[in-house]
Design a protein around this ligand. Structure first.
Ligand SMILES: [Zn+2]
Length: 355
């Protein structure tokens, strides 16, 4: 009964996710107006809105004007139903199971919105992040709070640094225009000082430059051309400085992630002024925030999710020969696989290595 209930719930939630995917990027209300045909605007009756079945019964056409219905609608419903079924096979009926349903619903919405708009709305990435942190804090599920917080910061910090190095290479080592009061410059600076002085001091110094930038209205930052090349040097020299190299790496990722997620939250509430010129970026900060959110649910398995996303992206990118690829759907896919099968994959990999 439970798997059947979960699948049906997934179909219904999937139907709601179609509304979210369609309306959230346009900042439209999710409740009003009621569902209508995008072609003829005829209001849809409950009979037109039964997940998947209505689409099949109507043979993919609007009952009122005969225009084709986008097959995406039944696809999102069916996919959500299958994902909830998968969750029901792993978790018995419980509050935990419903949290996993929420995790999956957030990822479906994020994946399809990124496909449509190349954007990952802050409401959803931070919603997923804070839900993971809150669940861990109050229920110790899916992780202990410490693992959840560390996972979120290290995952966001790791991908934030990948974005930083990627951008530096793409610009051929030209300095990026610093954002006031906070931007990637503070993330890179936090990483450097986090590696040498620990995550607390790394974050504190970066927050200090953030405050000074806000106070003066000018960028108070260390150049990327200094901080990014010095970071690997600091990590390599860590043992010579009497530091544990793994602790240094952890400190650098934690501090970078703290600045990436705090800075992202700041900009979420203060929309950036219109871009004057697009600078080449290797990876958007939307992906950084999404991987941070996955870290809150997966801990260090978020890095496995990232690896799976890179492989899936490379494979499918070659398959479809698309130039501009959103990365969010691959991260979401990697996140789902790592959530359910992460330990099994990691165990199989260790056995493969013979450890
Ligand atoms: Zn119609």
């Amino acid at each position: 009964m439970w798997p059947l209930f979960a699948s049906l719930l997934g179909l219904v939630i999937g139907s709601f996710l179609n509304v979210v995917i369609h309306r959230l990027p346009k900042r439209e209300s999710l409740a009003y107006p009621p569902s209508h045909c995008p072609a003829c605007s005829h209001r849809l009756s409950p009979w037109d809105l039964v997940p998947v079945l209505s689409y099949l019964a109507l043979r993919g056409r609007c009952r009122y004007c005969g225009s084709p219905i986008n097959p995406r609608y039944p696809l999102v419903e069916g996919l959500t139903g299958l994902l909830f079924l998968l969750a029901a096979l792993f978790y018995p009926p419980s509050l935990e199971a419903f949290l996993v349903f929420a995790f999956l619903a957030f990822l479906v919405a994020l994946a399809f919105i990124d496909l449509d708009t190349y954007e990952l709305p802050d409401a959803l990435t931070y919603g997923l992040l804070f839900l993971g942190l809150a669940a861990s804090y109050f229920l110790s599920f899916p992780l202990s709070f410490r693992e959840s917080l560390d996972g979120a910061l290290m995952a966001a910090g790791g991908l934030g640094l990948v974005a930083g190095y990627g951008g530096l290479f793409l610009r051929r080592f030209r300095e990026a225009r610093p954002e006031v009061p906070v931007g990637p410059h503070q993330v890179h600076m936090a990483a450097l000082f986090g590696a040498l002085l620990g995550p607390g001091v790394g974050m504190a110094l970066a927050f200090l430059t953030w405050a000074l930038s806000a106070r003066t209205g000018r960028p108070v930052v260390l150049p990327d051309r200094l901080t990014l090349p010095l970071l690997p040097v600091a990590l390599l020299l860590a043992p010579a400085l009497g530091l544990d190299p793994l602790e240094s790496l952890k400190g650098s990722l934690l501090a970078a992630g703290g600045l990436a997620l705090a800075g992202g939250l700041y900009w979420a509430f203060r929309p950036a002024p219109p871009e004057e010129e697009e600078e080449p970026v290797a990876m958007g900060y939307g992906d950084v925030k999404l991987l941070g959110a996955l870290g809150a649910w997966l801990g260090l398995y978020a890095f496995l999710a990232l690896l799976l996303a890179v492989f899936a992206g490379a494979f499918l990118g070659l398959l479809f020969r698309q130039r501009k690829l959103p990365f969010g759907p691959y991260l979401a896919l990697g996140g789902v696989v790592a959530f359910f099968f992460g330990e099994a994959i990691w165990g199989a990999y260790l056995r493969f290595l013979g450890i």
